[in-house]
Ligand binder design. Structure first.
Ligand SMILES: Cc1cc2nc3c(=O)[nH]c(=O)nc-3n(C[C@H](O)[C@H](O)[C@H](O)COP(=O)(O)OP(=O)(O)OC[C@H]3O[C@@H](n4cnc5c(N)ncnc54)[C@H](O)[C@@H]3O)c2cc1C
Length: 384
């Protein structure tokens, strides 16, 4: 019997795969999505209240907005900045000493936001790489390192007193490894409200329930005689398709597609979800953020009085921060994401073969948009 040939197979049901699946669904285009889970790096505690992977959404995440319920606002006034010998909050004297730098930084971020928002809009219908190259301001940022950009724009003190800690806690990467685009992208929370969120996993599940194949892909091959892709899975099944969308994390996509391209540098971190009694010194804000050289990355105080503890150490000294503690969950994010440097991967990898995800630009909203773009490409609605 001739095998069933699906129009599209999506591999991976993280937010990029979901973006693609949703757009195809809306247009009644046939597909299956093969993945061991739904949500990927959007993963939460059993009651869904504490986010173990992606942690915040920005108010400008217009596309993923329908899949999340916004929670508590993460307010800059509740951040505690931790240097080796002292700590301070946003309203410290430093802010006023560097007022001119702060104004310069805000103006830069406003310019970046304008370009970035337009780039996102265009990326729904055009290739991410082309859209980035077509905006010379963003393209130059992507290919410049953050440190030179900071030096050139004379914003060093304000950055190293505040933003370096925020970036260290959110990218798990020292500033010197970031490009200027990523630096500004992850600094947007200075001018854009950000919120904790709850992922509407049940609604996602409902929308793709009949299309989800719970399995993992082990091999991809192209059948030249029949012009179709064959996908072989862990459960030893074969699936065939005309269009193939690989929406796995970059290091897995690289392996599946046997890519020679170098990915961006990885960032890794241990995340511990803890309950316990925190010491008073560590109970002054809602988020503790640590400087670049520290192995501690962040402590996020949860609404239910538990804590998310991020560090590069597998066995941190919890006793420094807690009178007593219990580990509810430990995840070693290895990698958490690819974020260092400027290595770009093209989404179009061959005849009817697409690779999406967060190698080039990290974050839920961007990943979702690229899923939408690839769906538009399959539907013949893209502009390129
Ligand atoms: C700790 C942490 C904190 C973060 N914080 C934020 C944040 O605050 N805000 C933000 O916007 N972003 C944040 N991010 C980044 C964000 O989570 C990612 O950029 C985004 O979720 C990537 O989505 P994706 O679909 O490309 O990849 P993933 O979410 O990794 O999804 C990939 C999918 O592929 C599946 N898969 C893997 N291997 C196979 C296989 N062999 N066969 C089939 N399927 C497979 C996986 O199971 C998964 O479902 C964070 C990430 C981490 C790890």
């Amino acid at each position: 019997m001739a095998p069933k040939i699906y129009k599209t197979l999506i591999i991976g049901a993280g937010i990029s795969g979901i973006g693609c699946a949703h757009k195809l669904s809306e247009n009644s285009s046939e597909f299956r999505i093969i993945s061991p889970d739904i949500g990927g790096r959007i993963i939460s505690s059993e009651n869904g209240m504490v986010q173990y992977g992606a942690y915040y959404v920005m108010s400008i995440y217009h596309n993923v907005a329908s899949w999340v319920n916004k929670g508590r606002r993460i307010s800059p006034s509740k951040l505690m900045f931790r240097k080796s010998n002292h700590s301070y909050n946003i309203l410290d004297r430093k802010l006023f000493t560097h007022l001119a730098q702060l104004i310069r930084l805000v103006l830069i971020l406003r310019k970046f936001k304008k370009h970035y928002e337009l780039f996102k809009q265009k990326s729904v219908y055009g290739s991410q790489v082309t859209c980035l190259k077509n905006d010379s301001y963003l393209w130059d940022l992507y290919n410049s390192d953050a440190e030179s950009f900071i030096e050139k724009n004379k914003i060093k003190e304000i950055v190293y007193d505040y933003l370096a800690e925020v970036l260290h806690g959110t990218t798990f990467t020292p500033l010197k490894n970031l490009n200027a685009f990523t630096f500004l992208h992850f600094s947007l929370p200075l001018i854009v409200p950000i919120y904790e969120f709850k992922f509407k996993k049940d609604e996602v599940l409902k929308s793709i329930k009949d299309k989800w194949v719970r399995d993992a892909v082990e091999k991809i091959q192209y059948d030249h005689d029949h012009n179709r892709y064959e996908v072989l899975t862990k459960k030893q099944k074969s699936y065939f398709c005309e269009y193939l969308v690989v929406a796995t994390p970059p290091q897995i996509s690289k392996k599946l597609l046997k890519l020679k391209t170098h990915l961006r540098k990885t960032a890794k971190a241990h995340m511990f979800h803890l309950s316990g009694r925190i010491k008073p010194d560590w109970n002054k804000g809602e988020e503790d953020l640590f400087e670049d050289q520290n192995r501690m990355l962040a402590i996020a105080h949860q609404k239910d009085n538990s804590y998310l503890f991020y560090t590069t150490e597998a066995k941190p000294d919890f006793g420094k921060y807690f009178f007593n503690h219990k580990i509810i969950k430990h995840i070693f994010w290895n990698p958490a994401f690819h974020i260092g440097g400027s290595n770009i991967i093209d989404f179009i990898q061959g005849e009817k073969l697409f690779l999406i995800g967060d190698n080039n630009i990290c974050g839920m909203e961007d990943s979702y948009i690229y899923g939408m773009y690839v769906a538009n490409k399959i539907l013949g609605k893209a502009l390129d």
